[in-house]
Write a protein that binds this ligand. Sequence first.
Ligand code: LLP
Length: 422
Amino acid sequence: MFHFEATNLFCEELLLADLAAEYGTPLFVYSKAKLVNEFRAVREAFSAVDPVICYSVKANGNLSLLKVLSEAGCNFDVVSGGELFRVQQAGGDAAKVCFAGVGKTDDEIRFALKVGILMFNIESEPELDAISAVAGEMGVVAPVALRLNPDIDAKTHAKTTTGKKGNKFGVDIERGGELADKVLADPHLELRGIHMHLGSPINTTEPYEKAAIKAVDVVRELRDKGHQTNWINLGGGFGLDYQQGQAPPYSDYADVIVPRVQEAECRLALEPGRCIVGNAGVLVSRVIFVKHEGGKTFVIQDGAMTELVRPAMYDSFHAIWPVETDVPLPKDFLAEIDGCSPVDVVGPVCESGDYLAKSRNLPPVERGDLLCTFSAGAYGMVMSSNYNARGRAAEVLVDGDTHRLIRRRETWDDLIAAELID
Ligand code: LLP
C-alpha cells in the first residue's frame, strides 16, 4: 500500500509529497486498504473457530480508523473508559468489547456496565470485589473473564512483556481456580471465560502454543467444578514486519491456537492491535537542517519523540527512507547500502534521547527534503505528547485516489486550551 513508483513514494494512489504539501509535516498517513486487509487476514487465519477479533484500541484510537474497522466487522479491546467512549463515538459494537487493564476505577466499571460490554478481564481479587460491588449497586450481573498470568516468557522487550510471573498483569494461574470459585459464588458476576496476554510484539508462535495449552487445562478444570467457561481470549501481541520477514504469518499463530480452542469447544477472542494498524500508517517529516558535528551527521527533521516515542522508549527499529529518491528502497535497512551513509535521524526536542534512528544508512538528504518513517501506525499517535509545547501532528486517511483529514494539526491555542490562568 506504501510503495515507490520510480523515485516517488505513494500511499495507495497518492503521492506522500503531495499530502505533505497540503497538510504540512509531521504528518501521519494511513492506508485504508492496508488497515482493512490486515484485519481481514487475521480473521481469515482463525476462521475455523469463527473468532471475535477485538482490535486493541490502545494501538491507535483515531475515530475514523475505528469506524473503518467497525464497518469491516471488527470489535474492540479497551483499557480505559476513554477508549470505550472512543469506540462508542466511532459507532463500534459495545456488546463485543473486552475491557482489560489493572486499574479500572469504579466510574469506568459503572460506565462499561451501563454500556453493556462483552466482558471485563479481571486482573486482581480487589478488582473482582469492585466490579461485584458496582454491579450490585446497579442491580446487574457483570460478565467477566479471569485474566491469568501463565508465567510464560514471550521474549519480548522488558517494558512490554506481560505474561511472566512478577509482571503487574493478571492473577497467577495457580490462583485461577480459587478466584473462579469466588466469581461463581457471587450473584453479581458471571464467569464467561479466561484471558491471557503474553506481551507485544511476539515474533514466535511457541509462547501462544504454551498459553493455549494452559488455557485449555484451566477451562477443563473449571468445567469440572461446574463453571460455564465458554471463552478463551489469548490477547494480542502478534508480530509486525518492522523489517521484512520478522513476523510469522497469521496462519502460523492459528496453527498452534485453533486446534486447542476446538478441543476445548470454546469461543475464541483475540486482541490484536499492532499487526492490524502498524504497517497501515507512516510518519512523514521534513528535514529542517543537516548538521555535521563530532564526526557525525545529524539529520534534524520535524518528526520527534513527541510523534513517535518508540525508538526513545524501547530502542525500536523503524525503517526510514526519503519520500523522493533514486536510491531503491533496500530490503535490509541495516546492511550497507550503495549510495548511502550513516546518519542519526533526530527531532527538534531538547533531549539526546529524541531520535528516530541512530547510525542509519540514508541516501543524501538536505534541508526541505521529506522523510518517511514506516510502521508508525501502531503506538505512534496514541503515545504522542505535547512536550516542548509541540502541537500534535495531523492525520490523513487515504482510500485509493482520495484522502481525508482525520485529525487536524493542533494549534498553539489547543496547547493552552485546558489551562486556567487568573
Ligand atoms: N491486549 C492486551 C491486554 C494488551 O495489553 C495489549 C498491548 C494488546 C492486547 C495489544 O497488543 P498488540 O497486538 O498491539 O501487540 N507501546 C508498546 C506496546 C504496548 C502494548 C501494550 N499492550 C510499543 O510501542 O511497542
